[in-house]
Each structure stands twice: as C-alpha cells, then as structure tokens.
Design a binder for this molecule. Structure first.
Ligand code: 1GP
Length: 246
C-alpha cells in the first residue's frame, strides 16, 4: 500500500472535476475503447474510473492493462468486488457500501483481498459508498442485494454519510446506480458540504446542466459512464465545460 495520497489530494483539490467510468464488461471492442480514451484525453477529463458490478477477473485485468498502456489519465479502480484490484492503477477507491446492510460489501470482500491489497504499491482511499434510489433497480443494488436510500430522505443520507466520516472514510461517493433515471439531487450535495469531505457523484448524469449544477453544489468529481457508452460525442460538451468553467 502506497503512503502517498496524490490522487486523494487531486480529488480534494477542486470542485466539478470529471471522471469517465469504464465498465470492463462493456469494452470487449478495443477500437471503441481506444477511441473513448483518445477523446477523453482530448477533452482533458481528470480521471478514469474502472470497475463494474459483474466483471470477471480476467476481463478486469485485461481492461486495466489496455487502458494503462493507452492513456496517461490517472486511473482509479472503482471495484464491484474483491477480485477487481490491480497494481497497474494509480489508486483504489476502497468502498464500503454503508447504505446497505450486506456484510459482504461492508467487510467481507475487504477481508478476502486484504493481504493482496496490503502488498500492492497502490494508493488506497477509504470511501463511504452510499447508494441512492435513482428510479430504477441498479445492477449494484441487485448484485449487492441492498436497498438504496430514497433520494428525498435527506436526513438518512446525511446520517449515513456522517457515520462514514466517523468511521474514518476520506471520501463520500453518492451513486444513483449506472443508468439511473433520476440522478442524485444537487440539494443533497449542498447539505453534505458541512461534513468537509470530498464528494464523488455518479449515476444517470447525462447533461451539461446537471454537471454544472453538481459542481455548484460542491461535488468534487462527477462520474459519467452510460451517457458516453450511448453517445461518445458527449465528450465534446465535456471538453467545452472543462475549457470554459474556472
Ligand atoms: C455508476 O456512478 C456510476 O456506478 C455512473 O453511472 O453509468 O449512469 O453514468 P452512469
């Protein structure tokens, strides 16, 4: 485990940064993946997040190696399970699914992979991972067999995040789930600011307006996955957003 906290510091340093999420399950087409990486670089995105709820170890390792060889954008693992770890990445979001009550995703996967992670030369960032209802059943809710917090139950969201901070988590990741119909409301992010921890938000973010409103509410990193799988041209809008917003 690396002592340095370079990626954490970059995440904490600014609001409104962009991460492109790559699900190795959906990138068997390497030409398409290369194109995405090229355009992400051109758009100047801040991070690549790699991981998924149902990815095999083989596909995960293959994707990480390919991405690392093809791109210089900082690569952060956003793991769906204990086998999604690799020394090739720059950092590992060490997720505890604290909105749920499934011990496997609170501690089980962590114990399974602990020795390997300890021996890796990778930055490990303890992250409070909180699933919020995005209007449809997400893969992560299904796979983890947990119930997301309803998006209008602000006090439950706040208390869950506070418990995460008290447990020593350094980041808060609010996820409405990939392909969510309703992304995380910006008001929730504004309220989280009192905790003074960097916030990552993902799930169903499809427009520049939503990106801007999440930035305004204090989101450090905005994660975009599905929208780019459906429409790679959206990177042009992201490029313009990055270029024109201070
Ligand atoms: C899901 O936060 C991510 O875990 C991204 O969601 O694929 O809907 O952008 P989308």
């Amino acid at each position: 485990m690396k002592e340095s906290i370079e990626i954490y510091n970059s995440i904490a340093s600014r609001k409104g940064q962009i991460a492109v999420l790559i699900d190795p399950d959906k990138c068997s087409d390497k030409t398409k993946l290369s194109e995405l990486l090229k355009r992400a670089k051109f758009a100047n995105v801040d991070f690549l997040f790699v991981g998924g709820s149902t990815v095999s170890q083989h596909d995960f390792i293959e994707a990480i190696e390919f991405i690392k060889q093809s791109s210089s954008i900082p690569l952060v693992i956003f793991p769906g399970a204990s086998h999604q770890i690799s020394n090739e990445a720059d950092a590992l979001l060490y997720l505890s699914l604290i909105s749920g009550r499934n011990p496997d995703f609170l501690i089980g996967h962590h114990v399974q992979s602990a020795q390997e992670v300890f021996e890796m030369d990778i930055e490990v960032i303890p992250t409070a991972y909180i699933l919020i209802d995005g209007g449809s059943t997400s893969s992560v809710a299904y796979v983890s067999q947990t119930t997301p917090i309803p998006s209008d139950h602000h006090s439950i969201i706040m208390n869950t995040a506070k418990a995460g901070v008290l447990q020593g988590k350094k980041l808060i990741y609010l996820d409405a789930g990939s392909g969510a119909k309703k992304p995380i409301p910006s008001q929730v992010i504004s309220r989280l600011q009192e905790l003074n921890k960097p916030v990552i938000v993902g799930g169903g973010i499809k427009t520049r307006e939503k990106i801007e409103s999440l930035k305004e509410s204090g989101t450090n990193v905005i994660v975009i996955g599905n929208q780019l799988e459906e429409n790679i041209e959206f990177l042009l809008e992201i490029e313009d957003y990055i270029k024109t917003t201070p």
